[in-house]
Design a protein around this ligand. Sequence first.
Ligand code: HEM
Length: 239
Amino acid sequence: MSPSASSELAKESRLWQPVTVRWFAVLFGAAVAYAILRYHILRGVEWAHFPLYIFNKAVSLAAVFFVACSYLVGRVIRWHNDDPRIRLIVIKFCGLVGLSLAAIHGLMSLGLWSSQYYPAYFADDGKLILRGELAITLGIVALWALAVPGVTTLPTMAKSIGGFRWKRTQRMGYLTLALVAAHLIALGLPGWLNPAGWGALPPISLVAFVAAVFPLGAKILRRRTDRSKPNEKTKETKS
Ligand code: HEM
């Protein structure tokens, strides 16, 4: 392949291109806007807490949006189905941006993790209560589970581990979503069960929970539909 042809190919397959920039602007923008609206505008949290405490909430919500979308594009979100090359780039982009944002969220959260910021997860003696310990462990394991498909998107990986194992590692994202859902239940369940305390908008943890379980629900539904298809065929041939 000539150098100009290979640089053209590299240009076409790069992750940041107009379509992915639009995806980033919409998903990240929506998460930041929601965090600002719910916490600063509606609940009066001081702007001094935007750079870490509130921005961390936006980053974590965006991370869930991106990971969820990487399993919805091409299946439930069919906007790019007419162009398989762009569809693959968007799926990879969403997965890798989701992983990066989840890692940033993990670091920010550990930087903030104290009874002053999160009194609900600490006992009076300063130690974590069960919910706090569970939430952090589930978050860390979720991040690890997300790193596995992330690493295997490196160009040489599919060849070196083989197509079947590569596909299996990509499905680890579903495990991540289940672990994130559990991370969010541990953090947010008592608040979710008290809608009177939500204010005008539901908590970010609940919005993120819905976003995390949506691809899992879609997968279960698809599996059921796929299973019923051969039966229908058999019925047709029998009749
Ligand atoms: C090292 C790993 C992780 C740690 C230490 C961690 C820690 C935390 C903490 C302390 C909170 C409470 C934040 C708050 O209420 O302001 C939180 C919330 C959250 N986490 Fe994580 N997490 C980790 C991994 C993840 C991953 C992998 C995801 C998703 C991909 C995720 C998504 C969320 C979301 C959406 C919230 C809700 C934010 C809110 O309620 O305001 N976390 N996490």
